[in-house]
Design a protein around this ligand. Structure first.
Ligand code: SF4
Length: 209
């Protein structure tokens, strides 16, 4: 498991919960605004060592009773082949688990749901779900990706577990027309528009503790 970093206590990553946040390394998108380039770009993280999974699990074990849950974020956590095993270990300690995902791996999301390994899913809707718009935001120019994103949305909608869809708004990529279409498309769901903020999330938050 490629764990780049973890936050020991966060009040903002899972609505209503005090949680730890695990950041996995590696992502299949290249969003120009990414807050976590050191998790995404091999040229940034080359030579950096991953945090041992045992260290994180020991920390979580020590914090039982103090934390309400664990968030697994990234990077893109569904790229990690041993994600289910990590979550299983966390859930055996009694923690509910939330994952943050870009929605590119619907089969993984479906398996996690089917095996009752996730209690909350937050999925990024990067922009309008068409190839041109997604390419502009993520740098990925792949027709299959649009199918995968739509599948993930439907799997999450039908899952019966709490979820959130969210879009980070950048004036360069999200015109008022795009924003309105997204708001209409995801009306009546837990959908949030997030303002883009400068800065590197992991470095800034890691120093809090
Ligand atoms: S999907 Fe998330 S982690 Fe990956 S490049 Fe985009 S913003 Fe960064």
């Amino acid at each position: 498991m490629k764990i780049a970093s973890y936050i020991r206590q966060s009040f903002i990553d899972w609505p209503g919960k005090t949680c730890a946040v695990i950041f996995t390394r590696g992502c299949n998108f290249r969003c120009g605004y990414c807050h976590n380039p050191s998790l995404v770009l091999p040229s940034y993280y080359k030579g950096q060592t991953n945090i041992a999974q045992e260290e994180v699990l020991q920390f979580l074990n020590d914090r039982k009773g103090w934390l309400d849950g664990v968030v697994i974020s990234g990077g893109e956590p569904t790229l990690q082949p041993d994600l289910p095993e990590l979550i299983q270990s966390i859930k055996e300690m009694g923690y509910p688990v939330k994952i943050d995902t870009n929605g590119s791996r619907p089969a993984i999301i479906e398996d996690l749901i089917r095996n009752q390994l996730v209690d909350y899913i937050a999925m990024d809707i990067k922009t309008l779900i068409n190839r041109k718009c997604y390419y502009q935001v993520t740098g990925v120019n792949n027709a299959d990706l649009m199918i995968q994103i739509k599948q993930s949305i439907e799997i999450i909608r039908q899952s019966g577990i709490p979820f959130q869809f969210r879009t980070t708004i950048l004036p360069d990529h999200h015109s008022p027309y795009i924003i309105n279409r997204l708001k209409n498309q995801f009306a009546y769901e837990n959908y949030v528009l997030q303002e883009f903020r400068e800065g590197e999330t992991v470095d800034a938050l890691s120093s809090v503790y």
